[in-house]
Design a protein around this ligand. Sequence first.
Ligand SMILES: NC(=O)c1ccc[n+]([C@@H]2O[C@H](COP(=O)([O-])OP(=O)(O)OC[C@H]3O[C@@H](n4cnc5c(N)ncnc54)[C@H](OP(=O)(O)O)[C@@H]3O)[C@@H](O)[C@H]2O)c1
Length: 342
Amino acid sequence: MPTINRQVVLARRPNGYPVPGDFRLEEAPLPAVGPGQFLLENHYVSLDAGFRNWMNEGSGDEVLPAMALDAPVMGLTLGRVAESRHPDYVVGEWLMARLCWEEYSVTDGGDFISRLPEPRDCPLSYYLGVLGDTGLSAYFGLLDIGRPAPGETVLVSAAAGAVGNVAGQLAKIHGARAVGIAGSPEKCVRLVDELGFDAAVNYREEGLQGAIAAACPDGVHVYFDSVGGPLLETVVDNLAVGARIALCGAITAYNATEPLPGPSNLFQLTARQALMQGFMTHLQEHRYPEARAALTGWLQSGELKNVEYRLHGMERVGEAFCDLFAGNNFGKTVVQLRDDGE
Ligand SMILES: NC(=O)c1ccc[n+]([C@@H]2O[C@H](COP(=O)([O-])OP(=O)(O)OC[C@H]3O[C@@H](n4cnc5c(N)ncnc54)[C@H](OP(=O)(O)O)[C@@H]3O)[C@@H](O)[C@H]2O)c1
């Protein structure tokens, strides 16, 4: 068994957008596995925008505590049990866990942990993306709140990201038109050409209001929002009567150093008899088997494509997290730590 663990620690609290210098690679002794504990050999680290919140001073809440300075950064990992003194975990099992950015984790299993199905239908990394928290967020948010009907228009923000690309593809599978919002012309082309979106709009270009109106001529029936802020205000002005807005996240707010003003036009929800509702995916855990079965079926039929932005090596985990906010990713961002043949 290894005796040294490579970890990425929070070197300082990000001020606004995270930069690689906020993180530091360190080596630490790997503790022995005690009674009631097991050793997880991490193969992938998942990078998730929402974890940015807990890097701020005093940000602890009912979900997680604030991250500590000079301690390993909290995040989702996928790994294999390499040694076990825990009655419920056996060597060789594959698990996903809310642990840390590190090569090995010694844990008592008290962290949020779920098992990968055996046998597996899909490659390992899919269980962090399209079959993991982000794909499941697209599934629950779009289908429970958005409820797209055939012929309706579904508009998706951060559409080239992990959640958004799945939300748009699910809209198509349910017979709706899918329109994506992304931050570069290249991403817009890929959304249409590779993932089958009907149209895509670049939010960084002038004339966004007109571009959304042109791409959604009957109005926006469903808005799947991961961004919030001024973009939400622009979309509210384009809603169809009876529209549904699924609030998945508010990525604009995560790096703000001052509170952001809310949309000034929420009266439009009244006028257009629209619904706006947030959701938390982890509260739907009892429905994960149903959702994974449906998503796996669409992957196998070829109606749903998995897209990934994959870097390699523990030394690149901090960079990969920064890439999320810089928009360098297309699809789910993961860092692969060791070769698993997939
Ligand atoms: N409710 C839940 O239970 C739940 C669960 C998981 C995730 N989420 C939320 O889902 C959202 C997506 O998370 P993710 O980890 O999957 O990230 P992601 O979508 O893979 O990547 C984030 C994308 O957002 C875009 N972006 C970054 N800053 C932006 C800005 N200021 N304005 C507009 N777009 C911006 C970037 O692409 P561009 O090039 O297009 O800018 C980037 O690729 C986050 O808000 C996260 O908190 C919610």
